[in-house]
Design a binder for this molecule. Structure first.
Ligand code: COA
Length: 317
């Protein structure tokens, strides 16, 4: 375990879409969305690109770390879908920030941020990087079907970033994957070709909500218990668990099963919605800014989502 978090940052679009407004687009109500998910509103990108959001979050994280973009040895961005297949989002962030280091994207859907931390840890452990920028950035509102009330009410856009440097902040990390394209998928963008099978031009999001809910709760609980045991900590040692912000009811189960208090489970789903791999770093930066997390606090991050993937880690700030 090789890194510590030395800076955090976040960026969200200007436009706030309320449940009331969503209920003018599809057959739903503020009451249903609030009680079934915990969401009141979400940020939706109108003019902002995913690169704008990712670069802005990265810039703030560097500022808080007191570092310059040229200090970076590596940039990793996690995203379900960036503006281009190539150049990668991370290359465009590198350009925007004026960094000189290698940069690449990863896609582990909503678990992408925790997956990225594991990669950053490997680079720093091996001495291949001293300073890494890890960004989770998503514009999920461009990938959902705005006629499907079961999914469009859930998502929001944003980016969160951390700067990592050599240190002993990371205490344990654990990742899982269980390949499955039935429970959750985001459509492909293949073009027509005279060869092979016919392409499916389907840009939209499909989810079996009930089954994904069960997966999320099961994987989240198992992963958190695994990393707590690896790190040798109990629930009393944890200042806060930051779960992937998918559904308030998932947090409730995690809280009850782990015997945590309300204050020990971070929730910002009311104003962010589900921002996929951006959700954990968005929360982390907000909590640090509010003074609710301070250096020395032990936090647990737990993420789950498409793939199906999941991952958790224990970090001392
Ligand atoms: N407004 C009003 N009614 C809605 C609705 C909406 N936006 N969406 C669905 N409904 C209806 C359904 O049609 C269904 O009606 P019926 O009983 O008459 O058939 C009813 O509400 C219940 O639907 P269901 O899908 O069973 O709701 P749910 O309680 O499972 O909640 C989710 C749906 C998506 C909020 C929930 O399953 C969830 O959060 N899943 C996990 C998501 C997740 O973790 N994702 C992580 C990776 S991104």
């Amino acid at each position: 375990m090789a890194f510590q978090i030395v800076g955090t940052g976040r960026a969200v679009p200007e436009y706030i879409l309320t449940n009331e407004e969503v209920s003018k687009l599809v057959d739903t109500t503020d009451e249903w969305i609030k009680t079934r998910t915990g969401i009141n509103s979400r940020f939706v990108s109108t003019h902002e690109t995913i690169t704008d959001l990712a670069a802005a979050a990265g810039k703030k994280a560097l500022e808080k770390a007191g570092l310059d973009a040229t200090d970076l040895d590596l940039i990793i961005c996690s995203t379900v879908m960036a503006e281009h297949a190539s150049p990668s989002l991370s290359c465009l962030v590198q350009k925007e920030l004026g960094a000189k280091c290698p940069a690449f994207d990863i896609n582990a859907a909503c678990s992408g941020f925790v997956y990225g931390l594991d990669i950053a840890d490997a680079y720093i452990s091996m001495g291949k990087a001293n300073t890494v920028l890890m960004v989770g950035a998503e514009v999920m509102t461009r990938h959902v079907d705005w006629t499907d009330r079961a999914s469009c009410v859930l998502f929001g856009d944003g980016a969160g970033a951390v700067v990592l440097q050599k240190g002993d902040g990371l205490k344990a990390i654990h990742l899982t994957a269980k390949g499955d394209d039935k429970l959750l998928s985001i459509g492909n963008t293949f073009c027509k070709s005279p060869f092979g099978r016919q392409p499916v031009l389907d840009p939209h999001f499909k989810m079996n909500g009930g089954e994904v809910f069960k997966f999320a709760v099961g994987a989240g609980l198992k992963d958190v218990k695994t990393v707590m045991s690896k790190a040798g900590i109990t629930s009393d040692d944890i200042k806060m668990v930051i779960p992937h912000q998918a559904n308030l009811r998932i947090f409730q189960v995690i809280k009850d099963k782990l015997g945590l208090s309300e204050d020990q489970v971070a929730s910002g789903i009311d104003h962010y919605g589900n921002t996929s791999s951006a959700s954990i770093p968005l929360m982390l930066d907000e909590l640090i800014e509010q003074g609710r997390l301070v250096p020395g606090d032990i936090i647990v991050m737990t993420a789950f989502g498409g793939g199906l993937t999941s991952g958790a880690c224990v970090i001392k700030l």
